[in-house]
Design a protein around this ligand. Structure first.
Ligand code: SAH
Length: 341
């Protein structure tokens, strides 16, 4: 099998070129062709000799992901892409427009092991981790296809980013590399269901990104009933890891809370959440739960507003996430799911 050249960072590509007996500066030239000019074929690398281009083509592949469906919202400028990977698996990305620019939500795995019972991404189970190249290509393809510049990236699509830790860390380093897209990690958010060990590991990198914790319930009993991961890492352990992360990185954490009527939106839930998060440098993002056909969860607008007001009153910095692409089912996992049935 050919080597996946798009997954090599610049240092690794230098080492590869040395192995081939090439000068180191070739690595930078090739890296620019791949990550700035984004050619699809070695043949287009016009400042590389024909002999080297032929050799590269024999040893490496430029991993492609192909758009198999593209849905465009008629309500806002949301675009949802369904991609086929080179092994026939499918993933999704969603391009959204905000006042501050375009934001791309990308997938990090094919399927998910975490089993959150309100999430469409996990229902068909887990297939495999995405390669770094497949995460980068979601960004490059969205820009190429839409003609829009991706200003920020959220790792909130299909999969659990911290369960694909090494490839995700490499993606973060490569997307922010000066010889490449050069995107500041201040414009990146990473969302996790709470893999505590990996939160400690991530803190060590001191990335400038925003860490989002999918909390969704304020007590162990409730959280475990909708998120199996909570049986492995309970809430107090998770919050301790969050405190450590904030302390180490100096960054505020965002807690995501999908509001499900009758499940986690009572007055007691609000009180428990206020108590849990009081004094933590954080922000609470309430998400009206996206209805998926496998569950009858729904959000109630009135209860949601009351819940939000209670949190604000309790001193928590709270926002309600705006729904984008409502007409194209833009929530993660929904398109792939439809496609695979
Ligand atoms: N595995 C990561 C990232 C993927 S999910 C995580 O758990 O954070 C991105 C966000 O969407 C998470 O906060 C997730 O809990 C939430 N989510 C999943 N299904 C949802 C649904 N049906 N309605 C609202 N939010 C949902």
């Amino acid at each position: 099998m050919k080597k996946d050249i798009l997954s090599y960072d610049l240092n690794e590509l230098c080492a590869e070129m040395e192995l081939l007996g090439e000068k180191k500066f070739r690595a930078r030239q090739i890296y620019e062709w791949l990550h700035i000019k984004r050619v699809h074929e070695f043949a287009n690398m016009s400042n590389i000799s024909l002999a080297l281009r032929t050799k590269l083509d024999e040893i490496y592949c430029i991993n492609r992901i192909n758009i198999v469906r593209k849905l465009e919202s008629s309500l806002d400028n949301t675009v949802k892409y369904l991609y086929e990977l080179s092994d026939g698996n499918h993933i999704e990305s969603v391009l959204m427009e905000y006042k501050h620019g375009n934001s791309l939500c990308i997938s990090t795995q094919v399927g998910c092991k975490m089993g959150c019972n309100f999430c469409a991404s996990t229902i068909a189970g887990f297939k495999r981790d995405l390669l770094t190249s497949e995460m980068l290509m979601q960004v490059y393809m969205a820009e190429e296809n839409s003609g829009r510049h991706v200003d920020s990236i959220v790792l909130m699509g299909i999969g659990e980013p911290l369960d694909n830790f090494d490839n995700v860390v490499k993606f973060l380093r490569m997307i922010s590399c000066e010889t490449g897209k050069n995107l500041s990690l201040r414009h990146v958010s990473l969302s996790t269901c709470g893999l505590v060990d990996r939160i400690y590991d991530l803190a060590g990198y001191k990335f400038g990104l925003t860490l989002s914790i999918s909390l969704h319930a304020p007590t162990d009993q409730k959280r475990s009933s909708i998120m199996p991961v909570n049986k492995r890492y309970g809430i107090s352990e998770l919050i301790e890891a969050c405190r450590y992360y904030i302390d180490k990185t100096g960054r505020r954490i965002s807690f995501e809370y999908a509001v499900i009527h009758g499940v986690n939106d009572t007055h007691e839930d609000a009180e428990a959440l206020i108590k849990l998060l009081r004094g933590i440098n954080c922000h609470v993002n309430l998400i009206p739960v996206n209805e998926i056909k496998e569950r009858d969860y729904r959000s109630d607008k009135n209860s949601l507003n009351i819940f939000a007001a209670a949190l604000e009153k309790g001193g928590l910095n709270t926002t309600i996430r705006r729904t984008l692409g409502a007409d194209i089912d833009a929530a993660c996992g929904q398109l792939r799911r439809e496609y695979e049935i």
